[in-house]
Design a protein. Structure first.
Lengths: 185, 185
């Protein structure tokens, strides 16, 4: 849409993303959008359909636990805001970080997790604490009613079956780049 | 090893990672390690073999382009240092950020990319610039001899065939968490 295309075809999307056109059409059909044969999808309708399918059209109330440099970076990461993420609070173990922030949510002490998560009706927690305390903080979040955890630590969390943990493992990406070193250098 | 296990079996690793034991053994065999039947792998030998396979036992000289909050967070991310990443320089378009840093590499202006990449023999570039300039900066990096780019922007970069780009797409992780909202909440 930024490039001025009012209509986009499954074939063009497939080429841009190095996928098969048939797979692109099948995947997009899941969102409910209907393309016109030999024309494609109206671009703005397609964007709306995808955003609706991903629930990006409504706010997702989230908290961030661990306000170190990775946590702070994510607080300022506008792309997530654009996708509906609404950071309602942050937590940190360091007393010097506690308090309101100019460009971000108020930072509370870890002991306030349960009360603030409930008061703010937060549904998603981003975990950016040091690995040594990751499991303990995860237990606190689950106890507070959190059922979706975005885990940026390198710890495999043990959670009840109903809790969804997505681990964002930057080391895996780095491994892809280093294992191929001999081939590309 | 941190938990005091001198030996670990493929079966235990498979259980921990929710994988099939046969797949774990096959994958680990690629590193050259040989396990003992009914005993497993000596833990420290296994770690060394994996690190060697991933080239994490030797330094990977890297630069970071874009010293905003995501770039700064990655500069302080110790796990990558532990895996051999050696950040030799950073670059930013903002004159106020240029100069030596207390806890990180010196930040240079974008116009110095080619000379510093060559002088410092950097082999990997981490791209954390705003999306509008991502392609232009990528071209500069390729021109400077970089063949591996870790792309944290939401832009699909166009690069020559011999350049490896790994896109770290935080929005994909977020999508997994939001699309399932109805199921978990």
């Amino acid at each position: 849409m930024d490039e001025g295309n009012d209509v986009i075809s499954g074939t063009v999307i497939a080429e841009e993303l190095d996928l098969e056109a048939i797979q692109v059409r099948k995947d997009l059909a899941v969102t409910g959008i209907v393309g016109k044969p030999r024309v494609g999808y109206p671009t703005s309708d397609l964007i709306s359909a995808i955003e609706k399918f991903l629930n990006w059209d409504s706010a997702c109330r989230a908290v961030i636990v661990g306000a170190g440099n990775l946590g702070s970076a994510l607080m300022g990461y506008n792309e997530l805001k654009n996708h509906g993420m609404n950071l309602v609070a942050a937590f940190d173990a360091s007393p010097s970080r506690i308090g309101p922030q100019k460009n971000g949510p108020t930072i509370y002490p870890m002991s306030d997790i349960k009360s603030i998560v409930n008061k703010e009706k937060a549904r998603l927690a981003i975990l950016t604490v040091p690995p040594q305390v990751a499991q303990e903080v995860s237990d606190q979040l689950v106890d507070a009613g959190i059922r979706r955890i975005w885990n940026f630590t390198n710890v495999r969390l043990r959670v009840p079956e109903e809790v969804l943990v997505l681990r964002e493992d930057l080391s895996s990406g780095y491994a892809v780049l280093t294992v191929l070193r001999g081939i590309t250098d």
